[in-house]
Design a binder for this molecule. Structure first.
Ligand code: G6P
Length: 478
């Protein structure tokens, strides 16, 4: 905390790292929030003396700032209507599908946009109240794209960074958005805008060039000053996110986790090949494509159902949004059909788990799995792929990884890449993964581990914050 009582580093994200839960007796419980953003940012913030501004996960909870998990947490209140229009609506039924290649059709509603603006203003106000003079404020993800500009209007003394955890779409898709100009202007309130992949940063620059009159030169955009003359610069660049690799590696080496991994395999009947999928139950993750491919492999007799099992962890997500409800029905129908067809007493073809699990259980699952299936149709990064690698200090296991993940840019050398739309191609790759000899597994896993252990989340945040703080400050422009 700085002398003026504010914080030198303020993180602003839609969710706090903990989610509020009301117990049956009316008391309040906190539980870890879902998703890759929290997985990545939590260790960064635990190590820094900063504040985290975010929503508590429930409607109308007025909770004062509190210390939790080694962090100063500042809850932002959302009403039930705002959750519906800003979170479920504009964030997750407009922006999420639009930014993920319109896998589901985005809906455009003016009332949702109004709520998005209103809630973004509330987050900006809360961040402005926490930040010390000259502080760094780091805004995260698609739910809060208007915050950088709103914050700069109140606090021109701040250095403002923005990181987009999901893909930034090609211009041809982005231009569908009726409020595209406002979203670009919102983001351009930042000094530094970070993306997962170089391709996302160039999509953004292209949108700025085509949809605004801001001059650009390579990754730099020039904003006008109050008199309309060239003023401050904004930089857009890629900073691929990661996990706390060493921590996950250590966790997976503990005797408890190792024993639990053995127990999982034993409970499954010690099959020759255990395959694993771990996702939020989201249509971007390619869960249906994966399960379809697996079902056909069993049907073709290329893998014997007696000797193999697929565990699919599908953690509940955004359950009030129609596209997610439809997906759940489809996935569960498909799992039921395949289990009905190929399962036997005491042996299911697919173990489908609609739950989320703590990191210890995840590490044990990763260790128990011979083949990890990450088959997203589009994914900003995919941290599950990195967690799997970090857990495998035995240098065993095969990562099957979609070309459409940010992780593929980094992990291509050791993973088996697939195009999940090509079911036949994916089937061949899954069979090859299941039959890969130990030597080849080790050769690939070593490459993967070198990369994941070196490029961890601290390196990611240090490099983002390093570039941000090295940029000329406001005073340098005056
Ligand atoms: C992704 C997004 C995050 C989001 C998470 C969980 O990782 O990038 O911003 O928090 O999914 O989704 P939810 O809607 O439950 O916050």
């Amino acid at each position: 905390m700085a002398q003026d009582g504010g914080f030198d580093l303020v993180v602003v994200a839609n969710r706090l790292p903990v989610d509020i839960e009301l117990t049956d007796d009316g008391s309040i419980n906190w539980k870890r929030s879902p998703g890759g953003l929290v997985t990545a940012l939590e260790p960064v913030m635990q190590a820094a003396d900063g504040a985290w501004v975010g929503w508590s996960g429930g409607p109308d909870f007025e909770v004062p700032p509190f210390e939790g998990d080694g962090m100063h947490l500042v809850p932002v209140t959302l009403s039930a209507e705002e959750i519906e229009k800003y979170y479920e609506g504009f964030s997750n039924d407009t922006l999420w599908p639009l930014y993920h290649d319109v896998i589901a059709p985005p809906a455009y509603h003016r009332q949702w946009w109004d709520a998005y603006r209103r809630v973004n203003q509330r987050f900006a106000d809360a961040a402005a109240a926490q930040a010390a003079q000259g502080a760094v404020v780091w805004v995260h993800d698609y739910q809060l794209q208007l915050v950088p500009k709103m914050l700069r209007e109140q606090r021109p003394d701040l250095r403002i960074g923005f990181f987009d955890h999901i893909p930034f779409p090609p211009l041809e898709l982005f231009q569908q958005l009726p409020w595209r100009a406002q979203v670009l202007e919102g983001l351009l309130g930042a000094d530094l805008i970070g993306f997962q992949r170089a391709g996302d940063a160039s999509n953004f620059i292209r949108a700025v060039r085509r949809l605004t009159d801001r001059p650009t030169r390579g990754p730099i955009i020039t904003m006008p000053d109050a008199d309309g003359r060239p003023g401050r610069h904004v930089r857009a660049a890629s900073f691929p996110i990661s996990i706390d690799s060493a921590h996950f590696d250590e966790l997976a080496r503990t005797p408890e986790v190792q024993a639990r991994a053995k127990e999982i395999r034993a409970d499954l009947g010690d099959p020759e090949v255990v395959m694993l999928g771990v996702d939020r139950l989201d249509y971007t993750k390619g869960i249906r494509h994966r399960i379809k491919a697996y079902g056909e492999i069993l049907q073709d007799g290329r893998i014997d159902v007696q000797g193999a099992t697929l565990i699919q962890v599908a953690s509940p997500s955004r359950e009030n949004v129609g596209a997610y409800q439809e997906l759940r029905e489809h996935v569960e129908g498909l799992v039921g059909r395949i289990n009905g067809e190929y399962g036997e007493i005491g042996h299911s073809a697919i173990h489908y788990l609609h739950h989320s699990y703590p990191p210890e259980e995840m590490a044990a699952l990763y260790l128990a799995a011979d083949v990890m299936l990450v088959t997203s149709l589009r994914d900003g990064m995919n941290l599950v792929a990195k967690e799997y690698v970090a857990a495998r200090s035995d240098d065993r296991g095969v990562l099957v990884l979609s070309e459409f993940t940010g992780a593929a840019d980094e992990l291509a050398p050791g993973a088996l890449l697939v195009n999940p739309h090509n079911i036949d191609g994916m089937k061949d790759t899954i069979v090859a993964a299941a039959n890969m000899d130990e030597r080849e597994q080790r050769r690939r896993m070593r490459k993967l581990r070198k990369r994941v252990l070196a490029d961890d989340v601290t390196k990611w945040s240090d490099s983002f914050l390093g570039v941000l703080t090295a940029m000329p400050s406001r005073q340098d422009h005056v």
